[in-house]
Design a protein around this ligand. Structure first.
Ligand SMILES: [Zn+2]
Length: 195
């Protein structure tokens, strides 16, 4: 296999990149100054070496616990539960949320064999068991699986006496939090309702 085939094949495995785009990117990298390609290669290696999940919330970070978990200016009694660490970035961009987070690492999807034990549910329950958290905002995506995950967590958390809320609808159904605009996310958070 040639080096170009090799690179094209790797790029085509990335989400949202088809065979044609992969080929275009590969040729772009060949024509670009050598430094540009080196920088990209180094950035890919560095991100894999330095970034890891926060031991408390699962956020992606270079220092664990992450900057959000160690911040003294954030509301420790409020925890927002999201599917992926990228959702934290989307919510943080709004600048409207001052609580903590918990990353599930996905959503319940029985057809794909993803049950509660495949997600970071147990660490969430341990966190809530300490007793400092007063409200959990369920911010899983507004998809069928995201709603089912929220319902499951509500049943699990309810008996602990912690307030459970769900982000408001208004986010496109079936859409990803990650791709929603800041205003929509901020409105969904401020309009959260009891579950
Ligand atoms: Zn953290």
């Amino acid at each position: 296999m040639s080096a170009i085939d090799d690179l094209t094949g790797e790029l085509a495995r990335l989400p949202g990149i088809g065979r044609k785009t992969a080929l275009r990117l590969a040729f772009h990298l060949l024509k670009a100054p050598s430094d540009d390609a080196q920088r990209l290669a180094r950035a890919i290696v560095a991100v894999r070496e330095r970034v890891r999940p926060c031991e408390v919330c699962g956020n992606l970070t270079e220092t664990s616990p992450c900057a959000i978990c160690t911040s003294t200016r954030r509301d420790q009694t409020l925890v927002c539960v999201v599917e992926e660490a990228s959702d934290i970035m989307a919510i943080e961009r709004t600048g409207e949320y001052r609580g903590m987070y918990h990353v599930l690492g996905g959503r319940l999807s029985p057809l794909d064999g993803i049950g509660p034990s495949e997600l970071n549910v147990e660490p969430l329950m341990r966190r809530l068991g300490i007793g400092e958290v007063q409200e959990v905002v369920l911010a899983t995506n507004p998809s069928v699986e995201g709603e089912a995950t929220a319902m499951y967590l509500r049943k699990l958390i309810g008996p602990l006496g912690v307030r459970v809320t769900r982000i408001a609808r208004g986010l496109p159904v079936g859409g990803d939090l990650e791709y929603a605009d800041g205003v929509t996310i901020a409105e969904a958070l401020s309009g959260r309702r009891e579950m």
